[in-house]
Design a protein around this ligand. Sequence first.
Ligand SMILES: CC(C)(COP(=O)(O)OP(=O)(O)OC[C@H]1O[C@@H](n2cnc3c(N)ncnc32)[C@H](O)[C@@H]1OP(=O)(O)O)[C@@H](O)C(=O)NCCC(=O)NCCS
Length: 174
Amino acid sequence: MSGFEIVRINDGTFDRYVDGLAAVLNAGVLGGAGVSFVLPHTMADSRRFWLDVVRPGLKADSRTLLAAMSGDAVAGTVQLDCDTPPNQPHRAEVLKLIVHPSFRRQGIARALMLSLEESARARGRTLLTLDTASETAKRLYLSLGFRRVGDIPEFARHPIDDRYDATTIMYKKL
Ligand SMILES: CC(C)(COP(=O)(O)OP(=O)(O)OC[C@H]1O[C@@H](n2cnc3c(N)ncnc32)[C@H](O)[C@@H]1OP(=O)(O)O)[C@@H](O)C(=O)NCCC(=O)NCCS
């Protein structure tokens, strides 16, 4: 990956990035990404997610938020949620890996995931779990050493089409 920088966003720097993060999420959903939301999905909906769901985790330091920056533009993002129960201090959930459609196929998602794995190790998290409906993302996760546990049929509504898609549960031991 060249021309991009991976930055860790914390509560103190969040305001600088929130518009770019909202634009990436909104573009992803409008493009059909299965990342919790369905159409209609506005920039206001997107901002609300980052402010109401993600920011409290940054304040509590229970979430790691990474962004891939192309100059001042947020090209992609991923999160690690470490808000696990007391009996899972070693586990963390990978959430919302999204690369803006204009920046795909340049190795940004792979770079974000490798950086997220470093963050997980630094936090003492040695088991990563995730679920994904995306065949593209699955290929990436498998190439990074994630193992496929299985599929849950009709797990979530497609963001655009009137149908329910399966999700695939995956994990990686670091
Ligand atoms: C999945 C996604 C994050 C990949 O982002 P990206 O920056 O384009 O991915 P990369 O360039 O780092 O590619 C990494 C690997 O993913 C796979 N891949 C990415 N795009 C692909 C495509 N269009 N077709 C086939 N494989 C693809 C390849 O294995 C690729 O490795 P390679 O380039 O060595 O072949 C991006 O397509 C996206 O944001 N999708 C919508 C959101 C989503 O579904 N996220 C997953 C939620 S868990």
